[in-house]
Every structure is written in C-alpha cells, then in structure tokens.
Ligand binder design. Structure first.
Ligand SMILES: [Zn+2]
Length: 407
C-alpha cells in the first residue's frame, strides 16, 4: 500500500515538473476535433453544430429545435435576464440531444465569442447561465534562421506570423529588417493562448527574443519598471531598445539657451528666433549624434561654423553647430551615440557650445518639447531585478539556439 502511495507521489511530482518545464520543440498545431467541450463529453449526446443565420434570434433558434411554442416561450422568459438580447451572425451554437429514441434537446450552447458562452440546461427545470472556457498558456521557445521576410520565416517554423508585427515594432530602433539577410539567426520565446487546452487562440505575449544583426546578437526582454507602468523592451544590458533619440548630444548637459521664437542674440546683439538648444561645454568635448542615421551635411557656413547634419529617417534630422572639429564625412552612416565632432565656437558663437537643432519634416522644432517614441531608460535601482528576471529567459534562448545550430 505504502509502495503504491509512493509511486503515486512520484508520478504526480513528475507530472507537475513536466507542466512547468519549457518546451524546446516546434510542434504541429493539430486541427481542433472536440471530444470534450463546454464541460460535456460529446459522445454521450447526439450533437448538432450550427451557426447563427442572419435573421436568427434566440426565439427562432429555439423554434428550430422542435420545441412546442409554449416550451420555447417558457425558456425565453427564464433566460431573458441572463442572456444577451441579440445573437451574433455566424457565431456557433451547439445542441446536445439525448441519445435515446426521444432525441430530446438537453443543452443548448451559444458562443458569442471565443471565450464566453451561454448555456441553457433543459434536463430538469430550465436554467440558463453564462460561462467561460478556461484559457491556458503554453510557452514555446524556438530558434531559427531567416528564410525570407520575417512573416514567411515564422510561418515556415509554424509560428503565428502575426508575431512578426510585434517583433518588427520591438526591434524597430535597432534592426532594419529590410536589410536583414537570409541565414541571420534568431531565437524567440513566447506564450500561446489555448482555449480548453486544445483550441489555438493566438500568440499571447513575447517573453524574450534575440536577432543576430550584422554579426551581433541583439536581445529584447519586456520589463515593467514600476507597478502599473507600461511594458518597455530592453537588451540584455538593460538598455532600452526603443530609444530613437538620446536626450542630448553631450554626456554632461548644461543648457544655456532654449528653443525660442525671439531671443537676444549674444553676438549679433539683436532679437531673433533661436531654433535650437544650446549646450555649453569646454572646447573639445565630444558631440554625439542623438540617433543613428546618415550624415547629410558636414561643412562650414559663416553662421553655423563647422556643423554636421544627420538624417535619421524620412521624418527626422538633427544638426550640430559651432564645432571645433568635424569627425565625420558626408554620406557616412553613424550609430546612436557615435562621436561626430568636438565642441567649439566657430561661426556666430560667443563661447564654446553646441547648438542642437532638430528637424521634423523639414521644419525646425523644439527637441525638448517633442513627444518622441522613447522608452523609459532603465533606472539603476531596477537593474538588479531586471537582470534577475531575464537570466532564465536568456539562458532558454541561448540553449535553444545552441541545440539548433551546433548539433
Ligand atoms: Zn544655438
């Protein structure tokens, strides 16, 4: 007896281990063939599946069930308060009838959406209620190589291709998917939603990912910095991925003049608009480009002095004036934070500073007031929690990639 009990304990613990384990395989998603659903064993009934017609009402559906008018109106009266007033076109309903010679309607189930359903129980006195199908979540961790566009690659791996939209968004500021090459490796960990444990209901969330881009592994992990805050994505070092622009072109910032429609120019000694933000710093201080892009202009004018203009995308460009030295050439591709010149006071400047100008659709705007799609930078107090949280995720990604590519 004791042996049997022990055996059962071992069996159960094995089972529960299996439940929490992450899978590293790519499974086929089987088409749905219900045997048990809505809490019923279908083989115990005569089952009739149907969908709502355009003109259908609960009354019409009930009348189709060979119920007499009195019975139908009795049911309608009872379910009136707990059921929706109308039915949704094309949504399914199921009739469960007794398997005996009477073929009597015992249960009617109407499903207005994938999760909720309404049940009429006619086995005894008529009762009706709303129920929900249980949702379960399964983790999948998968490694692959790009075989073409991301959606195609995902489809080849039997991953919901809608995940590509999410991935493109998460990596938008660090990877140009149009420039990704066939054979670029990646690994993803995500949860899939299932209804009743069997019906696939789509990707629920992205847990972690990496993409190899230009020989570098770029990781992404979702993280919420404070209770009730929004999810942002960070790389394995805790750097926000969605960080289109740095706050300023200098590491240590001292603003001496803000963007203004009218300010007294310190050199020209007259009132005029100032379409930039001035950051004072000693001559020679490195100036960084605030976002990745291509150097559009690098040169000298009497007003700007030595200056650089970087084009980031179709919408945004930034410009850096009064440099003592320019360190980039026109046409050169620059990374975010890359040093493109040194602080100086060339052109119309009263002292060493960088005048930072921000262009949006060809118009100069105030960089300090722009709402840009930036993530919250990781706060140092959150970094230990973040690292702790991503450790098992990173390990899962790396090991699934290891198994896939180094076999
Ligand atoms: Zn300025």
């Amino acid at each position: 007896m004791r042996k049997i009990a022990l055996f059962l304990i071992v069996l159960f613990s094995l089972y529960s281990c299996k439940n929490t384990q992450e899978e590293f395989v790519i499974e086929d998603i089987e088409p749905y063939k219900p045997i048990v659903d809505y809490g019923f064993h279908f083989d115990q009934f005569n089952v009739h599946f149907d969908t709502i017609d355009r003109q259908d009402t609960f009354e019409k559906i009930l009348k189709k069930q060979n119920l007499n008018g009195k019975k139908a109106s009795e049911i309608l009266k009872i379910i009136k308060d707990s059921f929706p007033t109308s039915v949704v076109f094309k949504r399914p309903y199921v009739c469960l009838r007794s398997k005996d010679k009477y073929n009597k309607l015992q249960y009617l189930i109407y499903q207005p959406n994938r999760i909720d359903y309404y049940l009429v129980d006619l086995t005894d006195s008529v009762v009706g209620f709303k129920k929900s199908r249980p949702l379960t979540f399964k983790v999948r961790t998968v490694a692959g190589e790009l075989t073409g566009p991301l959606t195609k690659t995902l489809r080849d791996l039997k991953i919901d291709p809608t995940l590509s939209g999410k991935l493109t968004k998460v990596f938008a500021w660090s990877i140009d998917f149009f420039k990704s090459k066939k054979g670029d490796k990646f690994a993803l960990s995500f949860t899939e939603r299932y209804i009743n444990d069997t019906i696939y209901d789509g990707v629920d969330s992205l847990r972690a990912a990496f993409f190899e881009y230009k020989g570098e592994k770029i990781y992404a992990f979702p993280f919420i910095q404070e209770r009730g805050g929004k999810v942002d994505y960070y790389n394995d070092q805790g750097k926000a991925l969605k960080n289109f622009f740095l706050k300023a072109p200098l590491k240590f910032v001292h603003i001496t003049s803000k963007f203004s429609k009218n300010r007294f120019h310190p050199v020209q000694l007259k009132w005029k608009p100032h379409k930039g933000t001035d950051y004072a710093a000693p001559t020679g201080t490195p100036i960084m480009t605030t976002a990745a892009g291509v150097v559009e202009q690098a040169g000298y004018t009497a007003g700007n002095g030595n200056f650089v203009k970087v084009k980031h995308d179709k919408t945004y460009a930034t410009q850096y004036l009064h440099m003592s030295r320019i360190l980039v050439r026109r046409g050169q591709r620059v990374k975010q934070g890359e040093v493109i010149g040194k602080v100086g006071s060339t052109g119309l400047a009263s002292g060493p500073h960088v005048c930072y100008r921000f262009w949006k659709n060809g118009v100069q705007v105030d960089a300090l007031k722009l709402k840009l799609p930036n993530s919250q930078p990781m706060e140092s107090r959150n970094l230990p929690r973040f690292k702790e949280q991503i450790r098992p995720l990173k390990r899962a990604l790396d090991s699934v990639a290891e198994i896939k590519f180094n076999k």
